[in-house]
Design a protein around this ligand. Structure first.
Ligand code: ADP
Ligand code: ADP
Length: 208
């Protein structure tokens, strides 16, 4: 199964991806997580990405395409993958089509998780992550249990200001991927509003 998750920041891609990869036993390839690991490790890629990420801007297509080409060529991705956060621009989507064709494989579906802008800022500013397990929480909607609450962290780009920049970049640069994948007959729209379990059920229905 080769899947892509598209959706505005805070739509619930990471939350839902964790469930889907467990069900299909495929790797979860989150470019945001890969970049945050590079920033933390202080690699050359991390240094280039850090400034753009803090400002809520996209990292350049060249860097992202190289990173993902390398990742989907690894052994564990041969049986499939869930791409979360990539592609985010039409040039990235074109490069992915070329890379998949060179491996003689194709996408099964592209899921768009739809959440309207006025719900996004609350989701983003309340987001917290457990650095030990990677589990995603929300201070109001899904608070961390008492034994985890003391160690949760907040992403540097989860401020209201960076969130608004990311939303603007989503609409301008990423939303053109919706007609792109619709034209390829791969698009599945999923309503991302409601309980996470209900969203998971909608995704399962969409995947058939
Ligand atoms: P994304 O990966 O799309 O940026 P996340 O999965 O990290 O989104 O979710 C963003 C925030 O919203 C997190 O704090 C998460 O706990 C919360 N969240 C996820 N799904 C829902 C939902 N269905 N309803 C309310 N809050 C949610
Ligand atoms: P969110 O979960 O809020 O949608 P991500 O964790 O996917 O955000 O990404 C965080 C940041 O990493 C983005 O704001 C952007 O700066 C950078 N990034 C991640 N994936 C890409 C990509 N495919 N192209 C360009 N920049 C990216």
């Amino acid at each position: 199964m080769r899947l892509i998750f598209i959706g505005p920041p805070g739509a619930g891609k990471g939350t839902q991806a964790a469930r889907i990869v467990e069900r299909f036993e495929i790797p979860h390839i989150s470019t945001g997580d890969m970049l945050r690991a590079a920033v933390k490790a202080g690699t050359p890629l991390g240094k280039l990405a850090d400034i753009a990420m803090k400002a809520g801007q996209l990292v350049t297509d060249d860097l992202m395409i190289g990173l993902v080409q390398e990742r989907i060529g690894q052994d564990d991705a041969k049986k499939g993958f869930l791409l979360d956060g990539f592609p985010r621009t039409v040039p990235q989507a074109d490069a992915l089509q070329t890379a998949l064709a060179s491996h003689n494989v194709a996408l099964d579906a592209v899921l768009v998780l739809e959440v309207q802008d006025d719900l996004i800022v609350d989701r983003i500013t309340g987001r917290r992550t457990d650095p030990e397990t990677g589990a995603i929480y929300h201070m109001t909607f899904n608070p961390p249990p008492a034994d985890v609450a003391g160690r949760v962290t907040q992403r540097k780009d989860d401020t209201e200001e960076a969130c608004r920049a990311r939303l603007e970049s989503y609409h301008r640069q990423t939303s053109p991927l919706v007609p792109f994948y619709e034209g390829l007959g791969l698009l599945k729209r999923v309503d991302g509003v409601g309980k996470p379990d209900d969203v998971t059920a909608r995704i399962q229905t969409a995947l058939g």
